[in-house]
Design a protein around this ligand. Structure first.
Ligand code: NI
Length: 266
């Protein structure tokens, strides 16, 4: 837990907007000074491909073979490799906001990092985060997406479908229907995506979205990398009374999982 004094308080209008639409954008969750420190650490761990052996660093949008350039590199638990990313003002503010949005028992911490290289063709396709999770559990969870430079439509800022948090988990599949790829996408025609709202942000701004809110980021068509740090906020999940299945999870055969299994065996 951070000892840093939080500086954020969401307004009643922001809280109401979040519950009505399933997402919220704010201009600042931290200072530009802190963004610079975090950006240096972030770039370092992506340069070093930290966590690759353990299966914590992998390609979200490609088949992730050794020696192949990643389309959309992702690092899980990045604060393990870059302590500068945790115990920050951003995290202290995230805890306050998450408690305002989900209740006093909620917690928040750094979850993962997604790096979109300059001039990279890979979008993060439309999905609900809950489609990645355990189908046996009932979640009250949100994600906080924080860019470490300006985020624009051109470089891949977040886009949401307002109100989609009220849907069940809709049918997903592996990206390009290829089970070797870690990332998921909603199946064609499963949802109406015409109402998408883009949320450009300044560096150190943030968006919040619930676990079933449909979201997307476009390919990075700009000349600078797009760095996003994602924090998770939740109250402990409960066991679901009605079971459900996520068949798109059962068929996964990713190189990342093979590496993680090798490390566990050794
Ligand atoms: Ni997501």
């Amino acid at each position: 837990m951070s000892n840093i004094e939080p500086t954020l308080e969401l307004t009643p209008e922001q809280i109401a907007f979040f519950h009505q639409n399933g997402y919220l954008a704010i201009e600042a969750i931290t200072t530009l000074e802190e963004v610079e420190i975090m950006r240096d650490a972030y770039d370092r761990i992506f340069r070093e491909r930290a966590g690759r052996e353990e299966g914590n660093q992998f390609d979200l949008a490609g088949t992730d073979e050794e020696g192949k350039e990643a389309a959309l590199p992702q690092i899980l638990n990045p604060a393990k490799y870059a302590p500068e990313l945790a115990n920050t003002l951003a995290e202290a503010n995230a805890v306050v906001a998450v408690q305002q949005l989900l209740g006093a028992e909620a917690t928040a911490s750094v979850a993962h990092a997604i790096f979109k290289p300059a001039r990279s063709g890979a979008a993060t396709p439309w999905h609900q985060d809950e489609a990645y999770w355990n189908p046996e559990l009932e979640y009250t969870s949100l994600s906080i997406w924080m860019p470490l430079q300006e985020a624009t439509v051109e470089n891949g800022c977040m886009q949401f479908i307002p109100g989609s948090h009220k849907l069940e988990v809709v049918p997903h599949q592996s990206i390009n229907n290829d089970p070797r790829i870690h990332g998921l996408e909603v199946q064609d025609g499963a949802v109406d995506l015409s109402a998408a709202v883009a949320c450009p942000l300044p560096p150190g701004g943030a968006t919040f979205h619930l676990s079933r809110t449909l979201h997307y980021t476009a390919p990075n068509r700009s000349d600078v990398p797009r760095r996003a740090l994602i924090m998770g906020g939740s109250v402990p999940p409960r066991q679901r009374e009605t079971p459900r299945r996520f068949p798109w999870k059962d068929e996964k055969q990713t190189a990342r999982q093979q590496r993680a299994d090798e490390v566990k065996k050794s």
